[in-house]
Design a protein around this ligand. Structure first.
Ligand code: C2E
Ligand code: SIN
Ligand code: SIN
Ligand code: FE
Length: 371
């Protein structure tokens, strides 16, 4: 029999609001809430169920040892499902004797529910977000009227944070998907095997960034944003974009404008990720010695992300067949890129490229090589 003294409970309660309001990501938030609520209610388990409007189900991540397994139950089924539909609080003192109880989850987790307190989770507009459920009171007794009040209160506090985290997640997902779709748009117009090119550049850029010790967030931004570096090619005419051979100097001048077009497409954005994409589109053909285009930027004037992607871009272009050249082997491409140290490329980026090269080679191992 384990009891929780009132002092400890009050301490946990005071901390609760601050803790949940500081976590914007949904999964860690759900874990945090379940942990805290379990402790505050002195219950063995707490499950936070959220409503999936698309499928009309409740879903939750259930701790299974160290793993978290996603479980889903239909609206209306079991204690949680009923509460989600009717909005009623259910204090089931003997779960297995309660016809409303569903043992589906217990069967999955191998858990044995003795008693269960289930309350609705509503946002401040009164809309149902999901259900809070605590299982097996640890002092051996039943959940009380006080527990009902407490769990309802915690639900109200958590609902706001949960709703924010959901919105945040949705926006993040939409952003990534939009970026990917935008990149595909450019791909459609390019004759080269651009899908693979984009995937490689993204992976190689990220590996270089990691090898330079950039933060996980920065590496992830570079990985995502690099897929858009050539988006400006959508502004080029077919005659140049699809020319089956070497470009004339005049055509090459036109081709260079893809950096300007890309910058225009991506300019003036508030999004952190799209700002990285903007800098990449604009500066990925700048060279370290100032001989690149479109702005002849030099050294540190070139954004770091662009100095990284420049190496990945040229390395990958050399490894791929082009209408104007066959594919080179990765070693030949590596040697070429290294020889451009201080000319095309930043020596520090190349040092990181060198360190990451064994990992990079793995990406290219299975590609056919022509010349
Ligand atoms: P891309 O083919 O993806 O090439 C990206 C960059 O890799 C090039 O930027 C260049 O710096 C490097 N690169 C690619 N192939 C070679 C090569 O055979 N030798 C050397 N030394 N470097 C190479 P760049 O030159 O600014 O070109 C930008 C884009 O313009 C290229 O992207 C490609 O789409 C197009 N392009 C450039 N030259 C030609 C050409 O002669 N014919 C055609 N059809 N397109 C070209
Ligand atoms: C139910 O809500 O009926 C299932 C409770 C559980 O076993 O977790
Ligand atoms: C260039 O560097 O002019 C483009 C790649 C090539 O055709 O050599
Ligand atoms: Fe480019």
């Amino acid at each position: 029999m384990t009891t929780l003294d009132a002092d400890k409970q009050l301490q946990l309660l005071i901390k609760f609001g601050g803790l949940v309001s500081r976590e914007p990501r949904l999964d860690p938030l759900l874990e945090l809430i379940a942990d805290q609520v379990r402790a505050i209610l002195n219950a063995d388990r707490c499950t936070v169920f959220l409503i999936d409007l698309q499928t009309n189900e409740l879903w939750s991540k259930i701790a299974q040892g160290l793993e978290h397994q996603e479980i889903r139950i239909p609206m209306g089924k079991g204690l949680a499902g009923i509460t989600a539909v009717t909005g009623e609080t259910i204090n089931s003192v003997l779960a297995y004797g309660d016809p409303r109880f569903s043992a589906d989850i217990d069967r999955v987790t191998g858990y044995s529910t003795r008693n269960a307190l289930t309350v609705p989770l509503k946002n401040n507009k009164g809309e149902m977000l999901g259900v809070f459920q605590v299982l097996n009171k640890l002092d051996g007794g039943d959940f009380t009227g006080d527990d009902i009040g407490l769990l309802t209160l915690l639900g109200t506090v958590a609902a706001n944070s949960l709703e924010n985290a959901r919105l945040y997640e949705d926006i993040r997902r939409t952003q990534l998907e939009t970026i990917y779709r935008l990149a595909i748009t450019a791909e459609y117009r390019d004759q080269q095997d651009t899908a693979l090119h984009l995937k490689n550049i993204s992976a190689v850029s990220c590996l270089i960034a990691m090898s330079m010790g950039l933060s996980a967030d920065d590496c992830e931004d570079i990985r995502q944003a690099s897929t858009l570096h050539d988006i400006g090619k959508v502004g080029l005419c077919d005659a140049i974009l699809h020319k089956p051979g070497k470009l004339t100097p005049g055509e090459y001048e036109e081709m260079k404008k893809h950096t300007i077009y890309g910058a225009k497409i991506l300019a003036n954005t508030e999004s952190r990720l799209l700002r990285v994409a903007y800098r990449l589109a604009c500066a990925h053909h700048e060279k370290f010695d100032g001989s690149g285009y479109p702005n002849k930027l030099k050294g540190g004037e070139i954004p770091l992300e662009a100095r990284i992607v420049a190496v990945a871009d040229v390395f990958d272009a050399l490894c791929m067949p082009r209408v104007y050249k066959p594919a080179w082997g990765p070693q030949r491409a590596y040697d070429y890129v290294m020889a451009e140290s201080g000319k095309s490329f930043d020596p520090e980026v190349l040092a990181a490229f060198k360190a990451a090269f064994p990992g990079i080679l793995k990406i290219y191992e299975n590609l056919p090589v022509g010349g």
